[in-house]
Write a protein that binds this ligand. Structure first.
Ligand code: SF4
Length: 250
């Protein structure tokens, strides 16, 4: 495909196996969420086979704190697209020290991919789906290679296709947990206060969902948090949460 790295589609057995496994887990643990769900998965069901994927964005500290309280050595995957706010990199350092996280894995796009398709660094203008694929989707897929399950901070309240999010799901032959799927912005604010967590440096400037510099703006107080992402375009997701085996699946 024009030199793009196209991921292997998981075989049908792996896909259907994960779907069946997710159904079993939902029957057992569908009533759990937050730290209770995390504890079961980190200490029992997927011990040593699960990672948290974190943006170290506006809401990330709550989930990171929950994971750190259970096991600060849990692998945390952080995608540095090369287009992030320097504030996010600073915040990552603050949280790592504060929470005692000992296995934060920063992953990056492969220079060869960028040299071939984004030599001027402006691919986000011409083809944002491909830009996200090279800078986020491919690096994450490589990083998840050794894990059977992963954890995200997505929430129904983010709007769009996240409105029907479940706490336990299957995608790409792996199990994915969204322990805060049902949490509201008020729940998040309360958790920041109760846990004494520092805010992302851009939160005070109206940034409520924080990704790459070219594709992130502040969101109005009465809008969904992700309204500030890819503003003016139909794009609402970077693609890491979709089936990821092709750049045609953004
Ligand atoms: S969010 Fe924007 S800059 Fe970042 S990888 Fe996607 S298109 Fe590129």
């Amino acid at each position: 495909m024009n030199g793009f790295v196209e991921l292997q589609r998981p075989d049908d057995a792996k896909l259907s196996g994960a779907t069946a496994r997710a159904e079993v887990l939902r029957e057992r643990y569908g009533e759990l969420e937050g730290e209770a769900l995390l504890r079961v998965m980190l200490e029992w069901e997927y011990k040593g086979r699960i990672a948290l994927v974190s943006s170290f964005g506006a809401e990330a500290a709550v989930l990171l704190d929950m994971v750190a309280r259970i096991d600060p050595a849990t692998p945390v995957i952080f995608i540095d697209s090369g287009k992030l706010f320097h504030h996010t990199l600073t915040y990552r350092g603050i949280l790592v020290r504060r929470l005692g996280l000992s296995d934060v894995r920063t992953i990056e796009p492969i220079p060869f991919d960028l040299a071939g398709h984004d030599p001027d660094g402006a691919l986000w203008q011409r083809n944002p789906n491909l830009c996200c694929y090279l800078r986020k989707v491919l690096p994450l897929e490589r990083a998840l290679g050794g894990f059977d399950a992963w954890i995200t901070g997505r929430k129904r309240d983010h709007g769009g296709e996240r409105g029907g999010l479940q706490t336990i799901e299957a995608v790409d032959g792996r199990i994915r947990f969204n322990p805060l799927a049902h949490w509201s912005p008020e729940n998040i604010d309360d958790a920041f206060r109760e846990r004494g967590l520092p805010r992302h440096p851009l939160s005070d400037e109206g940034y409520r969902s924080i990704g790459c510099v070219p594709c992130t703006e502040p969101a109005e107080a009465d809008a969904a948090a992700r309204d500030g992402r890819w503003r003016g375009s139909a794009k609402s997701e970077c693609g890491i949460h979709h089936p990821r085996w092709s750049p045609t699946h953004p």
